[in-house]
Design a protein around this ligand. Structure first.
Ligand SMILES: [Zn+2]
Length: 84
């Protein structure tokens, strides 16, 4: 199974959350990552990497907060270009 595209992410319905989009959804991994950082809103220039490549596995130990360039470097190294 391949995990490509944003449709495979887990979305939470949190319309009052500061990270909510106009449809009231929040990506769960970004919510967990914000909590890991101790902030309400994870800055948009920070990416959340799924260590095991499964974008639905949002346990804190599976997530890594990286800058845009760090994130792409990580995927170049393992040869995968997905955004997980
Ligand atoms: Zn990644």
């Amino acid at each position: 199974m391949t995990w490509t595209g944003s449709s495979s992410y887990v979305r939470l319905h949190l319309p009052d959350d500061p990270m909510a989009r106009s449809d009231g959804s929040v990506l769960e991994h970004r919510k967990v990552a914000a909590k890991m950082r101790g902030v309400e809103v994870l800055p948009r220039d920070l990416h959340v990497h799924h260590r095991n490549g499964n974008p639905r596995d949002n346990r804190p130990e599976n997530l890594e907060i990286l800058s845009n360039s760090e994130h792409w470097h990580r995927h170049w190294k393992d040869g995968s270009f997905s955004s997980t």
